[in-house]
Design a binder for this molecule. Structure first.
Ligand SMILES: C[S@@+](CC[C@H](N)C(=O)[O-])C[C@H]1O[C@@H](n2cnc3c(N)ncnc32)[C@H](O)[C@@H]1O
Length: 223
């Protein structure tokens, strides 16, 4: 990950401003871009049933076509804070618009229905939050999954050394610039795989499976 820009930007406006260039930026950032966005759907068992899927921080919908390849009749609830990212997603998926339930909200305080989803995905969106916020969210995800459901995450994973470094950088940044506790800022706080696994365990997930690992780009799923 590149060094952070020392300017605090609120999460929604950060992505609103960058929405148009977002897909091109990701193609440049992830070496195996096509493979990566295909593999996020690898843990999904092929089905033509209208299963329920929740995509947290769906952005412009880079992961949606791979999901439809595995579950063509799925109903996908897509949640994102950024209106501009969601507009691009809607323009891309006009032919299957009826299968998408698009919600502009923060998944941190949105309440998910219990035991509803067969799969929940969080792709490239969870590296913005601290341990406690992630733990609360993972517990919510766990209770919203069906008994045999899976949570699939794709994200940046760093070494324990870099985890400490990013956390310290975040603290310094917020101390220096002042933080409004009510606002959600775009700050990168990627964790190590050890911390991620501990979080999942604490949230009640007992099985961890690694799907992809290339540099800092990982895909894994838990149940
Ligand atoms: C790096 S993009 C990833 C988008 C997409 N999943 C992908 O892999 O291309 C992160 C997305 O997460 C969204 N996001 C961040 N925090 C969020 C929150 N608390 N609630 C909803 N969306 C959030 C951002 O608006 C942004 O669209």
């Amino acid at each position: 990950m590149s060094e952070q820009n020392l300017r605090l930007e609120e999460m929604d406006s950060f992505f609103n401003l960058r929405a148009k260039e977002y897909d091109a930026h990701m193609k440049e950032t992830i070496n195996s871009f096509e493979e990566y966005y295909n593999l996020v759907a690898e843990p999904i068992n092929y089905t033509e049933e209208p299963i329920e899927i929740l995509d947290l921080g769906c952005g412009t919908g880079l992961e949606i076509s791979a999901i439809f390849n595995k579950a063509p009749n799925a109903k996908i609830t897509c949640i994102d804070l950024s209106e501009e990212m969601l507009k691009i997603l809607q323009d891309k998926y006009t032919s299957c618009r009826k299968q998408l339930n698009i919600i502009k909200a923060s998944y941190l305080n949105y309440s998910f229905e219990k035991n509803k989803y067969q799969y929940i995905l969080g792709i490239m969106t969870m590296h913005h939050f601290l341990y406690q916020d992630k733990l609360e969210l993972y517990k919510k995800i766990k209770s919203s999954l069906r008994e045999d459901g899976k949570y699939i995450e794709g994200d940046y994973v760093v070494t324990p050394y870099h985890e400490k470094k990013w956390l310290k950088q975040r603290e310094d940044m917020l101390n220096e610039l002042g933080e409004d506790k009510l606002k959600l800022y775009h700050i990168d706080i990627p964790f190590s795989i050890k911390t991620q696994r501990r979080l999942f365990k604490e949230a009640g997930f007992n099985e961890f499976n690694l799907v992809f690992k290339q540099g800092e780009h990982y895909i894994y799923w838990v149940k």
